[in-house]
Design a protein around this ligand. Structure first.
Ligand SMILES: Cc1cc2nc3c(=O)[nH]c(=O)nc-3n(C[C@H](O)[C@H](O)[C@H](O)COP(=O)(O)OP(=O)(O)OC[C@H]3O[C@@H](n4cnc5c(N)ncnc54)[C@H](O)[C@@H]3O)c2cc1C
Length: 382
């Protein structure tokens, strides 16, 4: 079990306010995570990693997000890319070498799927891989690349060739010395400020051997989509967990002031705890579902599985906002202050990124399409 050391969690929490205030990359956190060998933890032992499971990484993302949601989200986004290379790269020499480097050098991986004119429709690309022979060139107007400036490599989606349709995509890991980034937009946002999700014009040249062997459509369905929704939801659950903890601490402090009487927020706290438990159950249920299907491409690409993962994303993104808002009603003005132990201002700002990270409305539209053909099996376990 690869868990987050408590000393790292405490250090991450200590820097959370300055990461948010200055919209800066949480460098102290990532130095510590590298030292704890958590960035390459999912790499199989054969390549020098720890062979950690998705459950382990979800638990670490959840713990990090309780201390600093931006750090939790960066960790989650990195592990999504690692999962794609681990699950789909072992058949190719270049990607096996990348796995070994991930473990030995604890590389930080970023992602460039979003594109100008395409937005969050990750299953379409406008840019394309170009050039004859063994080398290729790629240019992308990547409107959002979180921690692009700090990443050691970026996994980029693109069309397979200039004449390929928008949905015929590949994904390719590009190393730091193979791409140049020119800023096309800053990052002064409401929340998740430490992710530094700046827009870039990306220009790259690399070897065709680096293109992941499986089409992106398959990598997306079998790994990127479910792992993204599970790890993002774990981060949002971490925000909710800390909000509930702060609301609980507030109620217990009130109870100590007036022994024998129930503080006014106590009933709301009970309601909140039930909501939080539901959210936790949804995340754990999705992890179990992924684990059960992990080795079966047929199950991973089934409509029922996609419906379940989409539902997790939409539900978790809505619940985190609701839970933080309810926690604010419990702790009142103390939660509305930017300072003090019961403050929930950053939680609220960070939580509001969740329904926008691949718009819930877009996901709702995708699920609606699937439900035209898919019928739930009406069993207890779905
Ligand atoms: C903190 C953070 C970090 C991110 N990091 C990265 C990253 O590292 N790499 C990366 O590639 N991307 C990243 N993203 C981008 C993210 O994954 C989405 O692509 C992006 O949030 C979508 O932006 P958009 O709302 O402007 O675009 P769109 O997806 O185009 O949506 C615009 C609006 O149109 C509406 N809409 C669009 N399509 C539909 C539809 N089918 N049905 C109904 N309504 C629809 C929605 O209401 C939506 O609000 C990040 C986003 C955030 C918030």
């Amino acid at each position: 079990m690869n868990a987050l050391p408590s000393s790292v969690a405490a250090m991450v929490a200590e820097h959370a306010a300055s990461v948010d205030r200055d919209a800066r990359f949480p460098s102290e956190a990532f130095t510590a995570l590298k030292q704890a060998r958590l960035l390459g933890a999912m790499v199989p032992r054969d390549y020098g990693g720890e062979g950690a499971s998705l459950t382990d990484m979800a638990a670490v993302a959840h713990a990090l997000a309780q201390a600093c949601p931006s750090t939790g989200l960066i960790f989650a986004m990195h592990q999504i890319q690692v999962a794609c290379v681990v699950r789909h790269g072992q058949g190719s020499a270049w990607h096996r070498d990348l796995l070994a480097r991930l473990a030995s050098d604890q590389l930080l991986l970023a992602s460039a799927t979003t594109e100008a004119g395409i937005g969050g429709d990750v299953r379409s690309s406008s840019c394309a891989v170009e050039g004859e022979g063994e080398r290729f060139r790629l240019e992308k107007q990547a409107t959002v690349i979180s921690y692009g400036a700090e990443a050691d490599a970026i996994l980029v989606t693109a069309r397979r060739a200039p004449d390929a349709p928008a949905s015929d995509q590949i994904i390719v890991p590009l190393l730091r010395d193979q791409f140049r980034l020119e800023e096309i937009g800053g990052w002064d946002t409401l929340g998740m400020r430490g992710t530094r999700s700046i827009g870039y014009h990306l220009r790259a040249e690399a070897s065709r051997a680096q293109i992941m062997p499986l089409p992106y459509a398959d990598i997306s369905a079998q790994t990127m989509l479910p792992v993204t929704h599970i790890l993002w939801a774990s981060v949002w659950l971490g925000i909710a967990t800390d909000a509930v903890a702060r609301a609980g601490a507030f109620v217990r402090a009130e109870a100590r002031k007036r022994p024998g009487t129930q503080p006014p927020g106590a009933r709301r706290l009970a309601e909140l705890t039930a909501l939080h438990q539901t959210m936790r159950g949804a995340v754990r249920g999705a992890i179990d579902r992924f684990d059960e299907a992990a080795d079966s491409p047929d199950r991973l690409t089934s409509m029922g599985f996609a419906v379940a993962m989409n539902a997790l994303k939409m539900q978790a993104a809505e619940m985190v906002v609701r839970i933080v808002e309810q926690a604010m009603l419990v702790a009142g003005l103390s939660s509305y202050r930017n300072d003090g132990p019961y403050s929930l201002c950053r939680h609220l700002r960070d939580a509001h990124s969740a329904p926008l990270m691949i718009s819930n409305d877009r996901i709702l539209g995708n699920t609606a399409n699937l439900l035209l053909a898919h019928k739930d099996n009406a069993s207890l376990f779905g």
